[in-house]
Design a protein around this ligand. Structure first.
Ligand SMILES: *Cc1c(COP(=O)(O)O)cnc(C)c1O
Length: 476
């Protein structure tokens, strides 16, 4: 299996070759040359498999350059009940992503039982083990530089902590994360984890990462790498739980299901699109956004109009506060029939700060063929949905999952199981839970007093050179 760029100007490469990088050299995103296909016989064989067996079945079609025995070992070490242990009392951690039924044909797929209690652990834990393996084989190391407003940074640090050949430098805006989020990251004492609290806002952090990435000489000399949401390995790992959720919610392969996906960067729902392209019987993929509704606008109107950071709202589902959806280009590549020239033209306009309208080319009319629907929520919707879920089903959901459930309830169809992806546990966003339910969410064991643990972080100015200097010193 080779991977090609959505812009068509980069050579095809293997899974291991693209794993450590982000964008393709031509500025595009990598996708498999063709999607592996699972037919009815495959699906019958896979039904009833546990998470590890499913993961191996799917990943072995993507990572064809990793010997089977090695991939099997990586998968078996990644998806264990010990790692994904933060389940609700009624759930079995052995399921890794348990299906929690609310009522007939309405389910939550619980993706937030990992170490940082958000769905990003599902992919990041695999990435940690894959990185370590690929680096050891190549006899080299990597210094991961990232910016986070919360969930991505902690998921990356918990996945990479203590790993051979890997250092993590994670920039976060000083005193802007929730106390819980800051405590999660800063309480890590591992020597290879470096937390840098930048005097500034999230965009300052992201600008520093961009500036360092654009300094090709520095990047090369210091083995700078990234784990952002466009990384193909993360998308591949996310495909697995769509299959797991499908089998858990159905009894026969003639049945179709729909998924509702709380969305920001389009990474999670992009994996759903790919699962569907691989033959998973999916009826609809619901793209659920918050007030930052660039994706909802596209699926309603055919116009993709990124907002720019000044027009990005801070909401109570903060992990979906994005101005442009980095992974969206992957879907548009498929929508155009994989026409790299057309994709390059469209993103040429976007990168100039513009927008595009797919009505003119007739492409928007084809969006329905891919099963997408969309909706958005405001703060009051989240509050009402959290109250409703608690009142009716006695289940406490976080603010992002609430965005997904709200849109799911608008679109559900009789006889088609609707699966809402639970992307974080409520303990991560306590303030809004308190506002909605006037009570505190239960924290998983071991996280009760996380704010009281000793913290390890460096406060620095938003100064690119100073941060480069810090990376050099720490890795000398
Ligand atoms: C990252 C994140 C999302 C958005 O996922 P995308 O892949 O960016 O669409 C939703 N909910 C939570 C809790 C997240 O951390």
């Amino acid at each position: 299996m080779k991977y090609i760029s959505t812009r068509g100007q980069s050579p095809a490469q293997s899974f291991s070759e693209i794993l450590l990088g982000g964008l393709a050299p031509d500025g595009g995103l990598y996708l498999p040359e063709t999607y592996p296909q699972f037919d009815a016989a495959d699906l019958s064989r896979m039904r009833g498999m546990n998470y590890r067996d499913l993961a191996f079945e799917i990943l072995s079609r993507f990572a064809t350059d990793i010997p089977s025995a090695d991939l099997r070992d990586i998968v078996d070490r990644t998806y264990t009940a010990e790692v994904y242990c933060n389940t609700r009392p009624t759930e079995d951690a052995e399921d890794i992503t348990p299906l929690h039924t609310l009522e007939e044909d309405l389910h939550l797929l619980c993706l937030s039982n990992g170490p940082t209690i958000a769905f990003k652990d599902m992919a990041m834990q695999l990435l940690g083990n894959l990185f370590e393996y690929v680096l050891a084989k190549a006899g080299r190391g990597i210094n991961i530089l990232g910016a986070t407003s919360g969930d991505t940074g902690s998921a990356a640090e918990y996945a990479m902590r203590g790993k051979q050949g890997i250092n993590v430098f994670m920039l976060s805006p000083h005193e802007k994360m929730s106390r819980f989020q800051a405590a999660q990251m800063f309480s890590l004492q591992d020597e290879n984890i470096h937390n840098i609290a930048v005097r500034g806002v999230f965009d300052d952090c992201q600008d520093i990462v961009k500036a360092v990435s654009n300094d090709h000489e520095f990047k090369q000399a210091n083995q700078i790498g990234a784990v952002n949401s466009i990384n193909w390995g993360r998308i591949a790992a996310q495909v697995i739980y769509y299959f797991k959720g499908y089998f858990a919610a159905t009894t026969a392969n003639e049945q179709k299901v729909s998924f509702s996906v709380p969305s920001g960067n389009f990474g999670n729902v992009c994996a759903g699109h790919i699962a569907r392209m691989m033959g998973l019987p999916v009826k609809h993929l619901l793209v659920a956004t918050n007030e930052n509704d660039v994706l909802d606008e596209f699926f309603r109107t055919g116009v993709y109009r990124p907002r720019g950071s000044v027009n990005t709202y801070h909401t109570s589902s903060p992990s979906m506060d994005i101005s442009k959806a980095s992974n969206f280009e992957r879907f548009v590549f498929d929508l155009t029939g994989r026409d790299a020239t057309q994709v390059s033209d469209l993103w040429g306009a976007v990168e100039q700060g513009g927008a595009f309208d797919l009505n003119e080319s007739g492409l928007f009319a084809k969006v329905g063929d891919f099963g997408f629907q969309s909706g958005s929520s405001a703060h009051s919707d989240r509050i009402n949905t959290i109250i409703g879920a608690w009142t009716v089903w006695r289940v406490m959901i976080d603010t992002h999952t609430a965005d997904g459930l709200k849109v799911a309830l608008e679109y559900r169809e009789k006889g088609v199981p609707m699966i809402v992806l639970e992307t974080a546990l409520p303990a991560k966003f306590e303030e809004t839970i308190r506002e909605a339910l006037d009570r505190d969410p239960v924290r998983p064991a071991g996280m009760e007093n996380i704010e009281d643990l000793p913290q390890r972080f460096e406060v620095m100015d938003a100064d690119v050179d100073a941060i480069k200097q810090f990376v050099v010193e720490q890795t000398a």
